[in-house]
Design a binder for this molecule. Structure first.
Ligand SMILES: *[C@@H]1O[C@H](CO)[C@@H](O)[C@H](O)[C@H]1NC(C)=O
Ligand SMILES: *[C@@H]1O[C@H](CO)[C@@H](O)[C@H](O)[C@H]1NC(C)=O
Ligand SMILES: *[C@@H]1O[C@H](CO)[C@@H](O)[C@H](O)[C@H]1NC(C)=O
Ligand SMILES: *[C@@H]1O[C@H](CO)[C@@H](O)[C@H](O)[C@H]1NC(C)=O
Ligand SMILES: *[C@@H]1O[C@H](CO)[C@@H](O)[C@H](O)[C@H]1NC(C)=O
Length: 405
């Protein structure tokens, strides 16, 4: 059970077995790991990611058009909109924050024309608002934009630089990698972060190339299972399906990542964005907002602020919900929550309105049981016995939490 999983800190040289808790501390390739015997998972023992990370990232909306003013204003907006108090804590700077060359000591340098105050100053600003700062680098010789150096061969120095700037999160991309061993490149940065003296969330972005779900749990706190998302229905739905394959590998400490949210960027309808957010929440995906929160619309804010949907994502059981049934384009996604509850999304991926039914026998409930059904978008309650049916518009979804009576 995920609830019994606990990060264990202690001497790395000795493997210690806690018989009662069935926990084992081991050292693999020199990295300190906590083994979760009951679920057969090895998780990075940095204490982070007990629930999926929440925050904002610059890439989906701004790509390389970023500067320190944008980061500061975004932090301000995350607070003024109430998003930060709902749990969106990480303010993550993506590619294009640095000079194209290292300094004479080999250090990465913030780009003087766009980040003149430096990253430490931004970290101070963001921390002052109770938020956390994330940064980006690449497990290659240059980042994907090719406007700045990557960290390959400089892992220790760069991890120490990020720690000295009081950075809290690293997204680590996979461009220009010289075909060097992939797992080795990511493990080296993982080790460097653990040695840096600062606790830093490690987000692997190797695009699902080497089935990271099967090994990255011992390396980082989240791993991309797909190539980049874009702001379209086809891209969003295909990311959801590709990510779903790996559901059983997710859990407290390490999460599958189908990429960041496009909600609010304009390429999908409100119903499509609501489906996007519902499925990401159910799948225990990182909830990283990707729109311009300084000018967020009321509709977008209402989607991202649904505290009951967020609560499904942040549920302490930490089991990824998955697609349990499909009938053509009509799909049932579901997963267990703590306290014997079950979260369900009825998703109509077809082109016309349709009625979708979930049979309780398909989602781990007794087929004769009666449940209270909370509609998380309508915020209304009904009860249901054995099954639940809802009429759902094209590309829309209904999301429920079922509580057995
Ligand atoms: C990882 O680091 C070790 C020690 O510095 C180095 O020998 C090895 O080449 C690195 N692996 C990769 C794939 O970069
Ligand atoms: C977005 O992604 C979809 C599906 O992955 C792809 O077919 C499409 O070409 C992409 N659109 C853009 C603008 O990159
Ligand atoms: C958005 O919501 C705010 C606060 O509830 C309200 O003052 C404003 O009029 C709304 N804007 C629109 C365009 O509906
Ligand atoms: C369902 O509940 C009934 C009544 O409580 C019980 O008799 C039955 O064994 C349960 N079935 C399953 C599959 O748990
Ligand atoms: C609706 O259901 C929720 C979740 O089960 C519960 O907390 C709430 O009290 C219910 N509200 C009403 C009005 O029954």
């Amino acid at each position: 059970m995920a609830g019994q999983r606990r990060a264990v800190h202690g001497p790395t040289a000795v493997a210690v077995i806690w018989v009662a808790l069935m926990l084992l501390e081991v050292s693999v390739d020199g990295r300190r790991l906590a083994a979760e015997a009951s679920r057969g998972r090895l998780v990075l023992d940095n204490g982070l990611g007990r629930t999926p990370p929440m925050g904002w990232n610059s890439w989906n909306h701004f790509q390389c058009s970023i500067d320190e003013k944008l980061i500061r204003e975004t932090a301000d907006s995350m607070v003024s909109t109430g998003l930060s108090s709902l749990g969106y804590k990480y303010i993550n700077i993506d590619d294009c924050w640095g000079e194209s060359n290292r300094d004479s000591q080999g250090n990465l340098v913030p780009k003087a024309s766009t980040f003149p105050s430096g990253i430490k100053s931004l970290a101070d600003y963001v921390h002052g608002k109770g938020l956390k700062l994330g940064i980006y680098s690449d497990a290659g010789t240059q980042t994907c934009s090719k406007t700045m150096p990557g960290s390959l061969g400089h892992e220790e120095q760069d991890a120490n630089t990020f720690a000295s700037w009081e950075v809290d999160y690293l997204k680590y991309d996979n461009c220009n990698n010289q075909n060097a061993n992939l797992k080795g490149r990511y493990k080296n940065m993982s080790q460097a972060l653990l040695n840096s003296g600062r606790t830093i969330f490690f987000s692997l972005c190797e695009w699902g190339q080497e089935d990271p779900a099967t090994w990255a749990g011992s390396v980082g706190n989240s791993w991309r299972t797909t190539g980049d998302i874009n702001d379209s229905w086809d891209s969003m739905t295909s990311r959801a399906d590709l990510n779903d394959i790996w559901a059983s590998y997710a859990g407290p400490g390490g999460w599958n990542d189908p990429d960041m949210l496009e909600v609010g960027n304009g390429g999908m309808t409100i119903e499509e964005y609501r489906s996007h957010f519902s499925i990401w929440a159910l799948a225990k995906a990182p909830l990283l907002i990707g729109c311009d929160v300084r000018f967020i619309s009321n509709e977008t804010l209402a989607i991202l602020s649904n505290s009951e949907v967020i609560a499904v994502n942040q549920d302490k059981l930490g089991v990824q919900g998955k697609k349990v049934k499909s009938n053509g384009n009509l799909e049932v996604w579901a997963g267990p929550l703590s306290g014997g509850k079950v979260a369900v999304v009825l998703w109509n991926r077809g082109s016309s309105q349709a009625s979708i039914t979930v049979d309780f026998a398909d989602i781990g409930l007794n087929s004769s049981s009666v449940v209270g059904a909370r509609d998380l978008w309508k915020r209304s309650n009904t009860s249901a016995k054995g099954k639940l049916t809802a009429t759902t518009a094209s590309h829309a979804s209904k999301m429920y939490v079922l509580t057995p009576k």
